[in-house]
Ligand binder design. Structure first.
Ligand code: VG1
Ligand code: CO
Length: 565
């Protein structure tokens, strides 16, 4: 087989966002568009390791995954990559890719991976697609690497491709090719097997099985899961039904579909409403939903009791020794992204552990984990994970909850409410204004930032509740390990009573701009009158202050957010 060098021209819009390059499918279908980006990923992501490199390739099964995998195989072969490990049908959940990169393959080290997903964004021919590069630690490429990739996309003039290479990655097996005298290997593997083994090492499956069957407590513990036609389906079926004895009819939407069955595979109260409604019927003790690529999770208790991701992280942290994986190692610190409510901070303090506050996006957790400073972290955006891999992990989070519930033998709601009674409650909500006009969104952010200094010390009020601004800034993060600095990570207003709100622009959208408003407030454990109140009622005055201050309606024309979580 021979290599063809194809002349091309740069596209201006190939800058990776919070989590890879995400665009509408038709944009990726433009001539040379995907090829250009893959060439840049191979050059910028691998640099001097490109020659002879070993990469993992797979995605969440959405529309275009198969086509993109084909392009990757043909370009990798032409660029001196020695081996690709491709999930059967180009399928892998994001956590499974991270796990495989870290594990290696047949004794070989793996240099990175290419993940094909737009995560929780809708799929199908008019939906979203995405390409993300992960490094040899299994984590999303840090800013330095994605900037290098972007730089290359702005200057690219040619790409290398083996046009005639055909690899049938629908069948498991080894495929070898001779490319101008070099050997190029594609190993098509079962995408589920290794990941399941990893979960068996981390958790005590026997104990969870006993919880589910009722052997532990005397009554069955019923679990209802929603894979939303995303990547977790095969993993969930194998683990829950085959290994843990759960009822298969309680595992919803486990068949991955290119358009997610026309749904929006985002596990929150809005888009996973079907699960919430089923849970409210009261037949199940536990519920969870996962996003398109399997890294996000939503946890529910009986009757639709909602666990905020910020609380979920804190509860897992507080009960970390229930998970066998953590019993055999030193538990180092915890971390959360800046907009995530600070519930986990209180646990860290009580346990005398380090806590880190990072910018939004999982890539900022990698260095801390690699350095052994932190082993458990999360984001308010339904991301929870540990240092078993370098991505957030929906199925892991669900199993962590089941393991803790097996240990504590109580309900989800009781576990969370006991946590609040011990530590107090960090009430949290997020308002998303999706697909607003980009210039309006930028004006709002610039207007707010300019006003910030003037607001410090001022008293703001709504519904007769007063707040005094203690400080305001645009969040900046200096990585404690490599010293790299990330600026402009969100406008924060912190109040004297510990409440705060944050404004940020999303870095994962594919159309217009998305403004996120994060609001949280702390209720001390002794405040029994408010401790269990509805979060929207508790936060209403602060939300009104934020909307008024930002002139949200004037800048965006929106009277209400598209999604509230
Ligand atoms: C969003 C979330 C962020 C998350 C990112 C990727 O980013 O806010 O917390 O890490 O998505 O998640 P943004 O820039 O749109 O706010 V996933 O499940 O898309 O890999
Ligand atoms: Co995701």
């Amino acid at each position: 087989l021979s290599v063809t060098v194809v002349p091309t021209k740069p596209f201006k819009d190939q800058k990776p966002g919070t989590s890879g390059l995400r665009k509408k499918v038709p944009e990726f279908q433009q001539q040379h568009y995907t090829e250009n980006f893959i060439q840049a990923v191979l050059d910028g992501g691998l640099s001097d390791r490109k020659n002879g490199a070993v990469l993992v390739v797979g995605g969440d099964g959405r529309f275009l995954c198969m086509e993109a995998a084909n392009v990757i195989i043909k370009l990798a072969a032409a660029n001196g990559v020695s081996r690709l490990i491709v999930g059967q049908n180009a399928f892998f959940s994001t956590p499974a890719v991270s796990a495989l990169i870290r594990k290696g393959f047949e004794g070989r080290q793996i240099d990175g991976g290419i993940i094909l997903t737009a995560s929780h964004n809708p799929g199908g021919p008019r939906g979203d697609f995405g390409i993300k590069f992960n490094c040899d630690n299994g984590g999303p490429a840090p800013d330095g690497v994605t900037n290098r990739i972007y730089e290359i996309t702005t200057k690219i003039s040619e790409y290398r491709i083996v046009n005639d290479l055909q690899c049938d990655f629908t069948q498991i097996g080894r495929y070898e090719f001779n490319v101008e005298g070099r050997n190029f290997v594609v190993d098509v593997v079962d995408p589920v097997e290794d990941y399941v083994k990893l979960m068996q090492q981390i958790f005590d499956f026997d104990k969870i099985r006993q919880l589910l069957s009722g052997k532990l407590t005397g009554s069955r513990f019923k679990v209802l899961l929603d894979s939303m036609h995303g990547a977790t389906g095969p993993y969930v079926s194998t683990i829950l039904c085959d290994h843990l004895g759960a009822a298969s009819e309680d595992m919803l939407r486990t068949v991955p579909k290119p358009d997610f069955g026309n749904g929006h595979p985002d596990p929150n109260l809005t888009y996973a409403k079907a699960l919430v409604d089923r849970s409210k019927q009261g037949d199940h003790d536990f519920g969870a939903a996962f996003d398109g690529d399997g890294d996000r999770n939503m946890i529910l208790g009986r009757n639709g009791f909602f666990v905020t991701p910020s609380d979920s992280l804190a509860v897992i942290a507080d009960n970390i020794e229930a998970i066998p994986y953590f019993r055999n190692r030193r538990v180092s610190g915890f971390a959360r992204s800046m907009p995530t409510a600070g519930a986990v901070d209180l646990v860290a303090k009580a346990k005398g552990m380090e806590i880190f506050e990072t910018p939004t996006g999982w890539k900022y957790f990698g260095n801390l984990m690699d350095a052994g400073r932190m082993c458990l972290c999360g984001e308010e955006s339904f991301g929870t994970g540990s240092d078993h891999i370098r991505e957030k992990d929906g199925v892991w989070a669900m199993l962590a909850w089941l393991q803790i519930l097996a240990e504590r033998q109580t309900s989800v709601q009781n576990l969370v409410q006991m946590h609040w009674k011990k530590y107090g409650r960090n009430v949290f909500t997020r308002y998303d204004y999706e697909n607003v006009d980009g210039s309006g969104a930028n004006l709002l952010m610039n207007f707010m930032e300019a006003q910030m200094p003037a607001f410090i010390g001022r008293e703001l009020s709504a519904n007769n509740v007063k707040y005094t601004v203690a400080s305001a800034d645009n969040f900046q993060y200096k990585d404690p390990i490599d010293g790299s600095v990330a600026t402009k990570q969100g406008l924060r207003f912190l109040f004297t009573d510990g409440s705060r709100f944050v404004f940020r622009l999303s870095g994962t959208g594919s159309a217009g701009a998305t403004i996120r408003l994060y609001v949280d407030s702390y209720i001390p454990p002794g405040d029994s009158g408010r401790l269990f109140m509805d979060s929207q009622d508790l936060l209403k005055p602060l939300i009104l202050v934020a909307l008024d201050l930002s002139k949200m309606e004037q800048f965006t024309g929106r009277k209400a957010p598209t999604v509230i979580t």
